[in-house]
Design a protein around this ligand. Structure first.
Ligand code: NDP
Length: 288
C-alpha cells in the first residue's frame, strides 16, 4: 500500500507556482468573501490566505456579518466583477439560509470564478473546453497524475453527486485524459456495498465519517477519501478531530493507494484554487 501524500504534492506544486509568480511583474490577486463566523469556513479561508502568501499572490478577505442581505452581498460581487485589479474571487460556502447560494454563484463573472462553480465553467468543463475546474476534483486529478496511477479502462466508482465534488469528478474521470468507466452513486443507489466492492478506483465524497469499510473495497483498489467530518475528541487541544469517509485503519491494508484525512485531498483543493487564480491572472482561460 502506498500513501498518497497530498501535503507533499501540494508543497511541490506550490513551489512550482511560486517560481512562475516570482517572474511575473504583476502578482495575481485573489479575494475571498467570508460571511459569518463558521469555524470550518474560517479555517478554510485561513488556509487559502496562507497559500496565497506562500506562492506570492496578493489576497484579501472581505468579512461580512451573518445578517448581510442578499442584495448587499450581490452588490459586493458586482463590485469585484468590475474591479480590474481582482483576477479571481470566491465566496466561501455555506452561506446563511436567507441568501441563495445559486444566485450568488451565478452573479460571479465566469472569468473570475476561480472556484469553477458558475454554470458557464461547469458547462465548458463538460464540453472539454478550457474552464476553471472545481478545485476538489481537479486536485484529485493532480494526485492521479502525480502518482501516475493507471486509470484507462478502470472501473471508477464515485460516491456522492454534489455539484462541487462528485458530479464533476465523475465527468473528469470519464473524459479522454483518464478514460475510466465511471459509476456515480448517491443516497438512492441500491447495493452500494457491492458496487463499491467492484471499483478499481473508489472516490468517497459523501460526508459520512468512516462510512467505507474494508468489505466495500476490492483488494488492490485505489481509494480517494474526500470526506471531512469534524468529530468531538478529548485528545486534541481544540476539542475535535477530522475524520474521512473511509475507515482508514481497516481499508488501507487492502489498497494499492489511499489518501489520508487530513493530508490527502484537502491540501490539493487549495492548490487547485491557486492554480485557477494563476490561470486567471495569465488570462489563460478567457484571454486578458
Ligand atoms: P454534499 O452533502 O453536497 O453531497 C453528499 C453526496 O453524498 C450527495 O450526493 C448524497 O446523495 C450522497 N450521500 C449521502 N449519504 C449517502 C449514503 N449513505 N450513501 C450514498 N450516498 C450518500 O457534500 P459535498 O460533496 O459538498 O462534500 C462531501 C464531503 O466532502 C463532505 O464531508 C465535505 O466536507 C467534504 N469536502 C472535502 C473537500 C476537501 O477539500 N477535502 C472539499 C469539499 C468537500 P443525494 O444526492 O442522494 O443526497
Amino acid at each position: 500500500m502506498e500513501l498518497i501524500d497530498g501535503k507533499a504534492v501540494a508543497a511541490a506544486l506550490k513551489q512550482r507556482m511560486a517560481e512562475r509568480v516570482a517572474a511575473m511583474e504583476r502578482k495575481p490577486y485573489l479575494v475571498a468573501i467570508l460571511v459569518g463566523h463558521d469555524g470550518a469556513s474560517e479555517t478554510y479561508v485561513g488556509h487559502k490566505e496562507r497559500a496565497c502568501r506562500e506562492i506570492g499572490f496578493r489576497s484579501t478577505v472581505l468579512r461580512f456579518e451573518e445578517d448581510i442581505t442578499e442584495e448587499a452581498l450581490l452588490g459586493e460581487i458586482e463590485r469585484l466583477n468590475a474591479d480590474p485589479e481582482v483576477d479571481g474571487f470566491i465566496v466561501q460556502m455555506p452561506l446563511p439560509k436567507h441568501i441563495s447560494e445559486q444566485k450568488v454563484i451565478e452573479a460571479i463573472d465566469p472569468r473570475k470564478d476561480v472556484d469553477g462553480f458558475h454554470p458557464v465553467n461547469v458547462g465548458r468543463m463538460i464540453l472539454g473546453l478550457p474552464a476553471y475546474v472545481s478545485a476538489t476534483p481537479e486536485g484529485i486529478c493532480e494526485l492521479l497524475r502525480y502518482y501516475k496511477i493507471p486509470t484507462a479502462g478502470r472501473h471508477c466508482v464515485v460516491v456522492g453527486r454534489s455539484n462541487i465534488v462528485g458530479r464533476p469528478m465523475a465527468n473528469l474521470l470519464s473524459d479522454k485524459e483518464f478514460n475510466c468507466t465511471v459509476t456515480l452513486c448517491h443516497s438512492r443507489t441500491e447495493n452500494l456495498r457491492e458496487v463499491c466492492a467492484g471499483a478499481d478506483i473508489l472516490v468517497a465524497a459523501l460526508g459520512k465519517a468512516e462510512f467505507v469499510t474494508a468489505d466495500m473495497v476490492k483488494p488492490g483498489a485505489v481509494v480517494i477519501d474526500v470526506g471531512i467530518t469534524r468529530v468531538p475528541s478529548d485528545k486534541t487541544k481544540n476539542g475535535w478531530k477530522l475524520l474521512g469517509d473511509v475507515k482508514f485503519d481497516e481499508v488501507a491494508p487492502k489498497c494499492s493507494y489511499i489518501t489520508p484525512v487530513p493530508g490527502g485531498v484537502g491540501p490539493m483543493t487549495i492548490v487547485s484554487l491557486m492554480k485557477n487564480t494563476l490561470l486567471a491572472a495569465e488570462g489563460a482561460i478567457y484571454g486578458k
